[in-house]
Design a protein around this ligand. Structure first.
Ligand code: SAH
Length: 347
């Protein structure tokens, strides 16, 4: 019996890889640029590539395929116009993408994995564990098809949806090169933030790539006792090692790290936490982004009240720490990532 050769999703390929493929097929190199442009315009079929000869279109469809994600659900916030998409992937899994409108541009929050294995106590995305990592084209499609559906040009990306980007390192990096490519969506690295729960063993590898993106570290607690309780990824790594790695990363790349800090009532929001956080932020030369915790119905954790958040913030400022309180967008549409997917796909 003849084994059918497995076809490859062609949007996984960078222009230089497409060029090699063209050469192997005896085609001129410039075809790769034409194909890459079509793919980044959202063609659903090789037949739509009108400047590509018929024979080559046939040959392409023998080796490659194009998957167009389907919208399983779409929610639009009445308050601020934030849009949340639930996409159907080719194997039937689903991930969420959120489109937010800021003064500086349209920002998309993308998922990097189906589910997550990090087990943070406050996070809906991790409840069913990790199903699988996303391929580069699946992350690219989140951006591309959100742009196509919304008709809005996306200028900024945050890797803060479902999943841990550093647990899917190679695919995430390839996605970054794809989405940043001048002949593709051409989104500047400086407009991209990669968020991690602190997988410090990957920091060096990331720093070596010297990407101009912003590394966001989900700190959420400045001491091991508190952090171990809410973030299992801290166990065996520790806050001090994390802070040192952040400092090193800043030293190597010159890019200031941002500490994410979700304020949880009675857990990580005392004056003592604020004082210690100020010290750690200064050591790492980090900016602190305070977020009121989003409610997750499966968890008993609650956000700190507005007054506590303001006092906490004032303590950081009094120590000369660069801090901001993040505006809450999309609170009426299952704001925290993972919640919409859970509604549709019970693990
Ligand atoms: N795994 C990565 C990126 C995905 S989570 C990370 O941990 O950074 C994106 C951000 O949302 C992280 O800062 C995460 O801690 C935060 N987050 C998760 N659940 C939240 C909730 N219920 N309220 C507020 N922030 C939350």
């Amino acid at each position: 019996m003849q084994n059918e050769k497995k076809r490859i999703e062609i949007r996984n390929l960078l222009p230089e890889e497409l060029k090699q493929a063209m050469n192997a097929m005896g085609q001129p190199s410039y075809r790769s640029g034409q194909i890459f442009k079509w793919l980044n315009q959202g063609v659903e079929d090789f037949a739509q590539m009108t400047n590509i000869p018929d024979g080559l279109r046939d040959a392409l469809s023998q080796q490659y395929y194009i998957y167009t994600p389907k919208i399983l659900a779409k929610q639009v916030s009445k308050k601020d116009g934030t849009v949340k998409y639930l996409w159907k992937l080719e194997d039937g899994n689903a991930v969420e993408t959120v489109l937010m409108h800021y003064k500086y541009g349209n920002t998309i929050c993308i998922s990097t994995q189906v589910g997550c294995r990090q087990g943070c106590a406050f996070c809906a995305s991790t409840i069913g564990g990790l199903v699988r990592s996303l391929q580069p084209y699946e992350m690219l499609n989140e951006v591309l098809y959100t742009q196509i559906d919304s008709g809005k040009r996306i200028s900024h990306i945050v890797l803060m949806g479902i999943g841990e980007p550093l647990d899917n390192f190679d695919n995430v990096v390839k996605f970054l090169f794809l989405v940043n490519h001048p002949e593709g969506l051409n989104i500047s690295m400086r407009h991209i933030a990669l968020s991690t729960c602190g997988l410090i063993e990957k920091f060096d590898k990331l720093a070596k790539l010297n990407l101009q993106l912003t590394l966001s570290v989900s700190l959420h607690a400045p001491d091991d006792e508190t952090r171990n309780k809410i973030m299992p990824a801290n166990r065996g790594r520790g806050v001090d090692a994390l802070v040192q790695e952040c400092k090193k990363y800043f030293g190597k790349t010159g890019r200031r790290i941002s500490f994410e800090y979700a304020m949880i009532d009675g857990v990580n929001d005392t004056d003592g936490h604020a004082e210690l956080l100020a010290q750690k932020a200064k050591t790492a030369h980090a900016h602190v982004n305070i977020i009121p915790l989003n409610y997750v119905k499966e968890s008993s954790l609650k956000p700190s009240c507005d007054q506590r958040i303001k006092e906490f913030y004032e303590i950081l400022l009094s120590h000369g720490v660069n801090a901001t309180i993040r505006r809450r967008l999309g609170s009426d549409i299952d704001a925290s990532c993972g919640q919409l997917r859970r509604k549709f796909q019970k693990p």
